[in-house]
Design a protein around this ligand. Structure first.
Ligand SMILES: NC(=O)c1ccc[n+]([C@@H]2O[C@H](COP(=O)([O-])OP(=O)(O)OC[C@H]3O[C@@H](n4cnc5c(N)ncnc54)[C@H](O)[C@@H]3O)[C@@H](O)[C@H]2O)c1
Length: 417
């Protein structure tokens, strides 16, 4: 990870200059699937001056994808974000096709078709045979195993995950997922390319949820579980986590994302990990079965239809432990953050970047420094003793930091490594 580290540090990315904009010898990009994400990804690369071919499976779908890009660039023009000449130049970099074999000239192929493993594997098997051997093959999957997709090819070392966030032209963060096979020089090339396109890439291994969802979703699931168990009222819970520095409380955030989406991500994560911290609370299932999806359905943990007031889902418990909430949820979250570092899954600065750019949450390592490793360990040990839940066992790295002669210095050293 040493060289990659140097490449990926945000300060290094900030220093990418026009003369370095060689795009690491990647000048032709193919994007397969021009839906919400694929169309946005075409725009990102075309705006940076790369030649992009957008591929769909029939003329109708191609027209739809083309329409998404035209609308998006027209909107950017109307808002004076680009000039007419820039819009024309951007569109001039794009060609269109319904023939998958047109990937043959690409240096980078980004697949963004529907979230279906069989379909993605079929496409990767094909494009592996259709492209030249230097080409990098990327999938924009959000929940499937990149390793399983790569395994459909003869050359898994050139397969990576490229997880753009929605809307791709706007969101700076991109998670680059390396599998056990992925060749580091290719990860590096893609990181440089993304930086030169104005994106902020972070790198992680191939586990359900990558970095951002793997930390955010269990945190939301835990908050919902605490609410379900009568730990606090919905307002107490949300307020406690806003006080920690989050832009909104976890129940408000679940309603905003959609409780059905949270349930689906919990399920795929639990399916892969069998980690009880990823299991959805019974209340979340009940809410989804009852259609309480959150903001989009008009009701979730709170009401969103004007004048409606159904009151809380859980009647106010006679005894609450709301004063312990922030401490518990934060310790549990930071324990998982350190597990990622302990297992070499992701680097501290990448995790900080992911959570601050992806969720507008405080940087986890700032939070850890603020509370202090000794206090986080004390809280986590208490949680572990109380729940007897193996998943709550403090990770070795947390113990090491807390037991160092100078825990803050040890933490600073870890962050700089
Ligand atoms: N929507 C999001 O917020 C989001 C965010 C990050 C990642 N993702 C991931 O990105 C991928 C695409 O998601 P989306 O939301 O853009 O889906 P979407 O349904 O909007 O688009 C999928 C596109 O793929 C096309 N397609 C299907 N089969 C094809 C084939 N054989 N050849 C060429 N094109 C084909 C469809 O016509 C459609 O236009 C998924 O893997 C998803 O998990 C989605």
């Amino acid at each position: 990870m040493g060289t990659l580290h140097d490449v990926l540090l945000p300060r290094t990315l900030g220093a990418v200059t026009a003369t370095q904009k060689t795009h690491q010898n990647i000048s032709n990009v193919a994007v397969i699937g021009l839906g919400t994400m694929g169309a946005g990804i075409v725009e990102v690369f075309a705006r940076a001056g790369l030649d992009v071919i957008g591929i769909e499976y029939n003329d109708q779908a191609l027209e739809r994808g083309r329409g998404i890009i035209t609308k998006s660039t027209d909107r950017a023009l109307a808002k004076n974000k680009i000039t007419e000449a820039e819009r024309d130049a951007l569109l001039g970099h794009i060609t269109w096709s319904t023939d998958r074999s047109d990937v043959s000239g690409a240096d980078l192929v980004v697949e963004a078709v529907n979230e279906n493993l069989d379909l993605k594997r079929e496409i990767f098997r094909d494009i592996d045979a259709m492209t030249s051997e230097h080409a990098i093959l990327a999938t924009n999957t959000s929940s499937l195993s990149v390793t399983q997709i790569a395994a459909a090819t003869q050359n898994p070392e050139r397969v990576i995950g490229l997880h753009f966030f929605n809307p791709a032209p706007v969101q700076k963060l991109v998670e680059i997922i390396r599998t056990v096979h992925t060749d580091a020089s290719r990860t590096e090339a893609v990181a440089h390319l993304l930086a030169s396109c104005g994106k902020t890439p972070i790198v992680c291994g191939d586990r359900a949820g990558f970095v951002v969802n793997a930390l955010l979703i269990p945190y939301l699931a835990s908050a919902i579980r605490h609410y379900d168990e009568g730990f606090a009222t919905r307002e107490q819970l949300d307020e406690a986590m806003v006080e920690v520095g989050n832009p909104m409380g976890p129940l408000t955030l679940s309603d905003l994302i959609g409780n059905d989406v949270i349930l689906a991500v919990c399920e795929y994560m639990y399916d892969e990990t069998k980690n009880p911290l990823h299991a959805p609370a019974p209340l979340l299932r009940q809410m989804c079965a009852a259609g309480l999806m959150g903001r989009k359905s008009g009701r979730g943990f709170y009401d969103y239809v004007e004048g409606a007031d159904h009151g809380p889902l859980i009647a106010e418990p006679p005894v609450t432990r709301h004063d312990e909430l922030a401490g518990r949820l934060t310790a549990e979250y930071l324990n998982e953050v350190l597990r990622m570092v302990q297992t070499n899954y992701a680097r501290p600065d990448d995790i900080d970047t992911g959570m601050s750019l992806g969720c507008r949450m405080p940087k986890p390592f700032d939070l850890l420094a603020e509370i202090g490793p000794v206090e986080v360990l004390r809280r986590q040990e208490k949680l572990y003793a109380e729940t007897a839940q193996p998943a709550h066992r403090p990770v070795l790295l947390l113990e090491q930091l807390a037991q160092a002669d100078d825990p803050q210095a040890a933490l600073t050293e870890l962050r700089a490594r």
